[in-house]
Design a protein around this ligand. Structure first.
Ligand code: AMP
Length: 191
């Protein structure tokens, strides 16, 4: 199985690149942000809970996020592999993901990290807010909170995969196709 973690701060281009990667490699795409947003739209209990954190730019608690992700992974019958987008965002999530995949006799093949500097992220997120309809992209205070949460809580996940020699940083600034080709090059090396 090819199991990828697509990593990077909010606005790095994870969603855009995931869409291209799943098309090329036929992977199951699991974006925790998208799943939370679908739950908010359907007004589920999980959606209501997630919204209270997302609106403030905070992370949804690990326990809730891990249980949701595990249930999505377990739904799949005979997947070719997964692309985890926006997950794991904490060390506890990374450990839980390793344990979950190990129980299925597989593991993470590679973490691909899109590297984009903060000033560019702020610009991109505000621009995205104009047509994404995402409340968390419209408020500069919430945007900054998400970037801070990334630096403080999510960055340790990089060390987690670096220690396993699975971390690959990719320049996330440039043409979409140039970035995509750089991602594919790294993936091909693991196949
Ligand atoms: P995203 O679409 O990945 O930018 O996520 C939007 C929001 O959903 C984040 O700011 C968090 O509030 C929440 N979220 C998404 N993924 C996670 C996760 N792995 N852990 C905790 N919260 C998450």
């Amino acid at each position: 199985m090819l199991n990828l973690v697509l990593f990077g701060p909010p606005g790095a281009g994870k969603g855009t690149q995931s869409a291209k990667l799943i098309e090329k490699y036929h992977l199951v795409h699991l974006s925790t942000g998208d799943i939370f947003r679908a739950n908010i739209k359907n007004e589920t209990e999980l959606g209501l809970l997630a919204k209270s954190y997302m609106d403030k730019g905070q992370l949804v608690p690990d326990e809730v996020t891990i249980a949701m992700l595990a249930s999505e992974v377990n739904k799949q019958t005979d997947p070719k592999g997964f692309i985890f987008d926006g997950f794991p965002r904490t060390s506890a999530q990374a450990e839980a993901l390793d344990a979950l995949l190990a129980s299925k006799e597989t593991g993470i093949s590679l973490m691909l990290a899109l590297e984009v500097e903060e000033e560019e992220l702020r610009k991109r997120l505000l621009l995205r807010g104009k047509d994404s309809g995402r409340a968390d992209d419209l408020d500069p205070v919430v945007i900054q909170k998400r970037i801070d949460v990334y630096n403080n809580e999510t960055m340790p996940v990089k060390d987690f995969y670096s220690a396993q020699n699975k971390y690959k940083g990719i320049n996330g600034i440039g043409e979409i196709d140039t970035i995509f080709n750089a991602l594919c090059k790294e993936i091909e090396r693991t196949l």
